[in-house]
Design a protein around this ligand. Structure first.
Ligand code: ADP
Ligand code: MG
Ligand code: MG
Length: 888
């Protein structure tokens, strides 16, 4: 039988590697054990394994005999280490009960502090501490937390009772309440519980403990936790650990304190201690926004112009100890740490450490700085940065030259800029965002219930809360700009209006946030394109050094090509020519072509389109000078281009000199029952070769022109879409080669080009060996390949696919992250059959998956030559490709 419980601290040695394995003891538990093992002051405790959580949930919410025995023994370990007994009325041991999954996870049960207090032990605590006020304050905290998170009572009632008590006495801060005030509140709290539950607050300390353990276990299956898991791709079978730990007290008077800190600045990555603390306070007080926390260092305090003394000034000894701990932790973990600590009567205790969440900007600076400091090497630096996080930096920032109508200033809690309509609650945010509207969520402060709204919003503004408030931490994690603690914001949820600074606004009004400065502005402020300079540039250079696959882009406008090239694209992986057909200046020629009754009519219309297409390709080839450019011939079914309204038909009739009714009839003939599987892709080229001929001509003429004018010849790669058989490719390749020969003769020059196919039908993957006899390259069109392999229409998947992901049928949305078991198998098969026929065949991927790190990692294992991603994802793909290469 596997051990169900592991102890830490209190001088035990940890020889079992499972103790420090996050998959077994969770992130919090593993790190507590690790800190204790390197000699840091950690209050003794024990961790119940994640395995035990899963067992409990599977086996009808029953504790196993072994767990009961192991917990009893581990509790004795704490009692011995601390020298107090759990439930001893004279001198009670108190514990915290803390959840802790592998990764920190909002939605899990909140921590319960001071567990073990009851009507008797509170007297013992008062006597041994010599501080009645402290004892009763701790007891009321315990009742409130336990009632909220374990008993499921609404915390509003408790807060109301506290507010009334403060008002009655004319107090402002909680710290002003005396021992007897707290004692009176405790009996009120107990009355509330008895009234709500119909039974008294549990006085038996064992009942308290097991109640809390059960609540942590069960919280793994709470709705909040499920939502978070879905948004973050966390599997349901991880489970959570439970940590039970001896209490240390930051609320024992003015030589005690509690705080949170980062070993470096998590917003910028600067090497400066960063954090907040509160004197005479416990646990969550710092982040709860009840009192305004103070700065850790004197420098930070002075920079902010604050007067309340920093920890460095108020508690120099404990601060010195903390600073030494920071250094030790960074050396040990070789990464920036996010820590929680408490000072009890001058003595420092460490309560948590983990790798600190950081903005993308900080992630890059930390990685580059730490290589400079010799803490990590380049490869580790590359692995450290989450490619998707770069997304934050790849979006426009506010134009410094733009006029800013600043309404208010709050804390720069999460960088980046965003504009959008004000929404005042999470549900409204989600509703309006789902209709494509950009929204800014404005709240007094946020809580885990707001997560879905924060996710939907472009930015978050809160009236209360510091740099480590819920809003700030979650926004940084999600990469949303956030301004927190903008105290001049006041919200009236009844009228749905709000005041920001001196101005009145309503829900729906547009504001702009700058999460890097904390500014809140009226209206929409213009933005600038990002650049890959500084640390970003350095890390990208390292990534390029270590990656094997090339990175191209999916782009067809000159502007997109330019952006992609600036971001390091090494060619075009997919230029979709149909986008060019939609242009207002050409759509009527396109329609004329489609509606012609015969080839002569089509050729006439195509004549008009040729110069336009040539101009498009010329621009693209100029931007991509010297690089390979894959151009896909017309792919979508023709009726996509047709008019719908009567007026449009009338206009077209006038232009082409035909009868509108006749055009309508012809359009109706083109109707298809299943256009996705209909007359599209290379089937167009087979039936109307003149279309592909015109496109090929435009490509080769443009390429010759650019080669002549710039001296840098592009390498056109002409791609035939939706191929199923060798014969299709053979027929169309002949057409393309013939067109190329004609153009080269006309121009008196030649250039290198390739003809290849998209592999996007299962039959094409199976027949890849024969297709490769004709095709010089394959590009995996994984959007269609996913559709056709899964038999799932991408346009209709919305109705059921999320249920599939929720139930774990597909681990992730297969249109976002490649279905490796199914579609991936076809890719592997096609790659190997293609290579067997033509060993030097060029292989790439051009579906959406080319910008998804997990899919990129798969492409590396298949040995593809390149991935192709949308322009703003090119840097993400470069980094992901490097990480994939390092994993091999
Ligand atoms: P979270 O994951 O929400 O941070 P934690 O379990 O870390 O939850 O605890 C919440 C707060 O309670 C933190 O400030 C933490 O430092 C504090 N805390 C937890 N356990 C103890 C303890 N044994 N003694 C004192 N404070 C504690
Ligand atoms: Mg914590
Ligand atoms: Mg396709």
């Amino acid at each position: 039988m596997m051990q169900t419980v592991y102890t830490f601290g209190g001088g035990v040695s940890h020889d079992d590697s499972r103790t420090r394995d996050k998959t077994i003891t969770g992130g919090k538990g593993a790190n507590l054990a690790e800190m204790a093992a390197i000699g840091l002051p950690v209050p003794p405790g024990f961790t119940i394994t994640t395995e035990e959580c899963l067992r409990y949930l599977r086996q009808g919410h029953d504790f196993s005999q072994q767990l009961r025995a192991d917990v009893a023994e581990a509790l004795r370990h704490i009692e011995q280490a601390v020298g107090k007994q759990f439930g001893d009325p004279a001198d009670p041991l108190l514990v915290s009960v803390r959840s802790g999954a592998r990764v920190s996870m909002p939605g899990m049960m909140d921590t319960v502090l001071n567990l073990g207090l009851n009507d008797e032990t509170v007297q013992g605590l008062a006597a041994t501490s010599g501080d009645d006020r402290f004892a009763w304050d701790s007891y009321r905290r315990f009742i409130q937390m336990y009632s909220d998170v374990v008993l499921g009572l609404d915390h509003g009632q408790f807060e109301e009772a506290l507010e009334v008590a403060k008002e009655d006495q004319g107090f402002y801060a909680d710290t002003e309440l005396s021992a007897s005030d707290w004692q009176a509140l405790v009996s009120q709290y107990k009355d509330i519980v008895a009234k709500e539950l119909g039974k008294p607050f549990p006085q038996d300390v064992q009942d308290q403990l097991w109640g809390a353990i059960a609540a942590v276990f069960s919280s793994w299956d709470s709705e909040r936790a499920k939502v978070y898991r879905r948004l973050n791709d966390i599997p349901a079978d991880w489970g959570t650990a439970v940590n039970v730990q001896a209490m240390v007290f930051g609320n024992m008077g003015d030589t005690s304190a509690t705080g949170v800190a980062f070993t470096r600045d998590p917003a910028t990555g600067e090497k400066a201690y960063y954090g907040e603390y509160l004197v005479n306070a416990q646990g969550e007080d710092v982040v709860a926004g009840i009192r305004t926390p103070q700065y850790l260092t004197r420098a930070a305090r002075e920079k902010a112009g604050a007067s309340a003394p920093s920890m460095e000034e108020a508690m120099p000894d404990a601060f010195g100890e903390l600073a030494r701990t920071f250094e030790l932790l960074e050396q040990h973990y070789t990464d920036m740490q996010d820590i929680e600590f408490t000072v009890e009567r001058g003595t420092l205790w460490m309560l948590q450490t983990r790798s600190g969440k950081r903005t993308a900007k900080a992630a890059l600076k930390l990685a580059v700085d730490m290589v400079g400091e010799g803490l990590i090497d380049e490869k580790t630096a590359i692995r450290r940065v989450d490619p998707m996080a770069l997304d934050q930096l790849l979006h426009p920032t506010l134009d410094p030259k733009a006029k800013r109508d600043v309404l208010a200033k709050g804390l720069p809690a999460s960088p980046g800029a965003a504009s959008g309509a004000i929404v005042l609650d999470a549900d409204t945010a989600e509703q309006r965002a789902s209709k494509g509207e950009a929204v800014i969520l404005v709240r007094v402060e946020t809580s885990p219930e707001d997560i879905h709204g924060m996710h939907a919003a472009k930015g978050i503004l809160t009236a209360r809360g510091g740099m480590t408030s819920h809003a700030a931490v979650v926004a940084r994690g999600m990469g949303r700009p956030c301004v927190s603690g903008a105290s001049s914001v006041s919200i009236d949820l009844k009228t749905r209006r709000l005041r920001i600074g001196s101005r009145e606004l309503a829900e729906g009004d547009v504001i702009t946030l700058d999460g890097s400065t904390g500014e809140v502005m009226a209206g929409e402020v213009p933005t600038l394109e990002p650049e890959l300079v500084g640390d970003f540039g350095t890390l990208m250079e390292w990534a390029d050094k270590h990656r094997r696959m090339k990175v191209r882009t999916n782009a067809e406008t000159p502007q997109d090509c330019r952006v992609a090239r600036q971001f390091g694209a090494e060619g075009i992986g997919l230029a979709r020519t149909e986008h060019m057909f939609f242009d207002a200046s050409r759509i009527s020629a396109v329609r004329e072509m489609i509606l012609s009754e015969n080839e002569a009519g089509r050729r006439q219309a195509l004549e008009k389109l040729l110069p336009e297409q040539r101009a498009d390709f010329t621009e693209i080839f100029e931007v991509m000078a010297g690089l390979p450019c894959t151009i896909r011939l017309l792919d979508p079914p023709l009726h996509e281009f047709l008019p719908h309204e009567d007026q449009e038909f009338a206009d077209l009739a006038a232009i082409v000199g035909q009868d509108a009714e006749q055009l309508k009839r012809r359009a109706a003939e083109l109707h298809e029952f299943n256009p996705m599987l209909g007359h599209r892709g290379c089937r167009l080229g087979i039936t109307y070769p003149e279309i592909y001929e015109m496109q090929a001509r435009a490509i080769f003429e443009a390429a010759c022109d650019v080669a002549q004018s710039s001296g840098e010849a592009p390498v056109p790669e002409v791609m035939i879409p939706l191929v199923a058989t060798r014969k299709e490719v053979a027929i169309l390749k002949t057409l393309i080669d013939r067109t190329a020969a004609t153009v080269f003769e006309e121009k008196g020059t030649t250039l290198r080009y390739l003809v290849g196919t998209m592999i996007e039908l299962p039959r094409a993957a199976l027949a890849a060996g024969e297709i490769a006899e004709e095709a010089e390259f394959f590009s995996f069109g994984t959007n269609d390949l996913t559709q056709t392999t899964l038999g799932v229409s991408r346009d209709d998947a919305g109705r059921f696919l999320s249920a599939y992901v929720e139930q774990g049928i597909y681990p992730r949305d297969p249109f976002v992250s490649l279905d490796i078991e199914g579609v991936g198998e076809l890719v592997k098969l096609a790659a190997s059959r293609g290579r067997e026929t033509r060993s030097a065949i060029k292989l790439g991927i051009c579906g959406e998956h080319g910008g998804d790190p997990a899919s990129i990692a798969f492409c590396e294992t298949v040995g593809l030559d390149y991935v192709s991603a949308s322009p703003y994802r090119v840097p993400i793909a470069r980094l992901a490709a490097a990480q994939a290469a390092l994993q091999e």
